[in-house]
Ligand binder design. Structure first.
Ligand SMILES: Cc1cc2nc3c(=O)[nH]c(=O)nc-3n(C[C@H](O)[C@H](O)[C@H](O)COP(=O)(O)O)c2cc1C
Length: 181
């Protein structure tokens, strides 16, 4: 199958996740095309693929604007074929019911904004990327870490992504999209 993997990222973790998805797709014998939503052109139409997997990360309750734009522009094609959404966040690293309710609202807002109703959804835990933050962001994210009871070191990244769970989601998504499935 031809699989399109489109991502939005701010600090790079979702790019890493999208690269892993594309690598897993390739390992399983399919052809993956990786696309940064901010570089998408008129030819990057999901209608030309058998499956589209979109991934974006939550920043203050929203996904990256270029990803939202891409999903909105191509909602009809995405709704017409096999597709999946990977939502990356720090809330998904924990089990706080309020955080998870917040994530559900983010996904619902994304669906409402874009008109794309992804039939498959995976929540991936993201990362603290202190090596990418400016002073203000670093300060704010250290406070977030403190509130979550996490001990982070200034200038050091901390990754929570469960790579095995992501691989399993990719495998299940490919199986569900296979002809005759
Ligand atoms: C400024 C900022 C705001 C964030 N807001 C949220 C949020 O509202 N909810 C959440 O669960 N995670 C939030 N996060 C965590 C990110 O989703 C997480 O760090 C993710 O790995 C970022 O992915 P990226 O590196 O692809 O941009 C925020 C991170 C930053 C830096």
């Amino acid at each position: 199958m031809r699989v399109l993997v489109v991502y939005g990222t701010t600090e790079g973790q979702t790019r890493k996740i999208a690269e892993r998805i594309a690598a897993r797709v390739g390992d399983l014998g399919h052809e993956a095309t990786l696309l940064d939503a901010s570089a998408a052109g008129p030819g990057d139409d999901p209608a030309a693929f058998d499956l589209a997997i979109l991934a974006g990360s939550v920043h203050v309750g929203r996904y990256q604007a270029p990803l939202v734009d891409y999903a909105r522009r191509h909602a009809a094609a995405l709704n017409a074929s096999a597709s999946a959404f990977v939502s990356v966040s720090l809330s998904a690293a924990g089990d706080d019911p309020e955080d998870w309710a917040g994530l559900a609202r983010c996904v619902e807002g994304f669906r409402h904004e874009t008109g794309w109703r992804a039939p498959r959804l995976h929540h991936a835990a993201g990362a603290f990327r202190f090596t990418r933050y400016d002073f203000l962001k670093s300060w704010a994210m250290r406070y977030v870490a403190y509130r979550r009871g996490e001990h982070v070191q200034a200038g050091a990244d901390r990754e929570y992504t469960d790579w095995d769970a992501l691989d399993a989601f990719v495998e299940e998504t490919l199986a569900a999209a296979a002809p005759g499935a």
